[in-house]
Design a protein around this ligand. Structure first.
Ligand code: GDP
Length: 419
């Protein structure tokens, strides 16, 4: 038995740890003996909750423990550890401290008897508030990377029917997650497979093959496929290398986040020829190529052409303009495709600065920014002080320094027992 006297224990309370043999009979006898002493099993997350209530952890660190317990990939584990280290909490507390100081200045100035605020104090308060807004907004404009890393990075497999999208997904997942069939339009809904790509959690979604259809079910599939393709971080546009004209549909998804994949190269003698047939000279401008877009419009048959066209055209990962030749049937080119995809994911999600990891944090920060903005426009110093107080409250709610009672149940109920 190990004895950890409080307050130096993990929860801050006295903790006794029994190390026993793990057989059912031993555990049952042990639990029964402890029950007779009036003890009970811990609720899910109870240890972490007690640690939080005893000031051993802030709320962000408590959440990080839950994330760590749920981490499935290396990148998720690293992100949770950084949060557990208190990096994110440090950032938010820094903002809270500065805001507290600004508020203290304002309140001191308000207490000046019968006078208007000295203008240099007013200017300083406004200046500090503006700087804070800029910093929080910059932090918010992170492309949801932390949240996506927690939840899984969405990759949509899109393209015309029968291009081999389901076969590709199966090949990647190395199991029969999706039924493939030679009949066009089989995949009517979206099928997802979670894979670990170089330590990053990726959710691959096979979407319904895109073509005009009178079938109601298929139309619904198309609608969902389009929505998923729009929401996805990265799109794999798969087409049949034997029908290079189908690659034109990719023009509807410009930007470096669409990777072109020529499938079924086993059917042609030269895999290289397949790529070149679509893009003479590997023209890096394919995604924005007016001629290609026109081609799609002229045919007027590809619903992909209705996709968003205003995405940024940068090419940081170097995949734009390249066609990756593969065969979902033989497995040829799949490794190259996965490493290109892995590089793109790693490029986007390699996180240096602390990033926010939950919608809860985002919401509180957004509330904080809008209070700060209101403070800037406030007509009276007293109203400005009230808005600054509200902004401070929102920040405090993230780390758990204020007003969190109602949040605790929500946060700790997702824990597993023993944490
Ligand atoms: P989807 O509609 O895009 O999901 O296409 P499927 O994955 O259902 O594939 C359509 C047909 O093409 C099926 O008969 C597959 O067996 C076939 N197919 C898929 N990939 C390949 C490939 O790499 N080579 C060959 N020869 N056939 C393939």
């Amino acid at each position: 038995m190990l004895w950890f006297p409080g307050p130096a224990s993990a929860t801050g309370e006295d903790v006794a740890e029994f190390h026993v043999h793990g057989s059912r009979a031993v555990l049952a006898a042990m639990t029964q003996a402890l029950r007779r002493l009036g003890l009970r099993l811990a609720e899910p997350g109870e240890f972490t909750r007690r640690a939080f209530l005893n000031g051993k952890l802030d709320l962000l660190q408590a959440e990080a423990i839950a994330d760590l317990a749920a981490a499935e990939t290396e990148a998720q584990r690293r992100q949770a550890l950084r949060q557990l280290d208190g990096e994110l909490g440090g950032l938010y507390r820094g903002w809270s401290d500065r805001l507290t100081r600004t508020l203290a200045h304002l309140e001191a100035a308000i207490d000046f008897p019968d006078e208007d605020l000295p203008s240099e104090i007013e200017d300083r308060i406004l200046g500090e508030t503006e700087v804070l807004i800029t910093e929080v907004e910059r932090h918010l404009a992170d492309g949801h990377r932390g949240e996506r890393l927690r939840d899984g990075i969405m990759v949509a497999i899109i393209g015309p029917p029968n291009a081999g999208k389901s076969s590709l997904l199966n090949r990647i997942a190395r199991r029969d997650a999706v039924i493939t069939s030679p009949v066009a339009g089989t995949t009517r809904d979206i099928v997802e497979v979670a894979v670990d790509l170089q330590g990053y959690p990726v959710i691959l979604a096979d979407t319904a093959g895109l073509r005009d259809s009178d079938d109601v079910v298929e139309q619904e599939g198309l609608r969902r496929a389009l929505r998923r393709a729009e929401e996805a971080e990265i799109r794999l546009f798969v087409f049949d290398a034997q029908r290079p004209e189908e690659a034109r549909g990719a023009a509807a998804w410009p930007g470096s986040n669409t990777i072109l994949v020529a499938n079924k190269v086993d059917l042609s003698r030269s895999p290289e020829a397949a790529g070149k047939a679509v893009m003479p000279g590997h023209d890096p401008g394919i995604h924005g190529d007016a001629h290609l877009c026109k081609g799609v419009d002229a045919h007027g048959t590809s619903p992909w052409a209705e996709g968003p066209r205003d995405q940024p055209g940068h090419d940081e990962g170097g995949t734009q303009g390249r066609v990756l030749p593969i065969s979902a049937l033989t497995g040829e080119g799949i490794d190259a495709l996965l490493s290109a995809l892995g590089e793109r994911v790693a490029h986007t999600y390699r996180i240096e600065a602390p990033v926010l990891t939950r919608a809860r944090h985002r919401q509180a920060l957004e509330e904080s920014v809008s209070s700060l903005r209101r403070a800037l426009g406030a007509a009276l110093p007293e109203l400005r002080a009230e808005d600054l107080r509200l902004a401070l409250r929102s920040l405090g709610r993230i780390t758990g320094t204020v007003d969190v009672e109602d949040l605790l149940d929500v946060i700790f109920r997702d824990f597993c027992i023993g944490k």
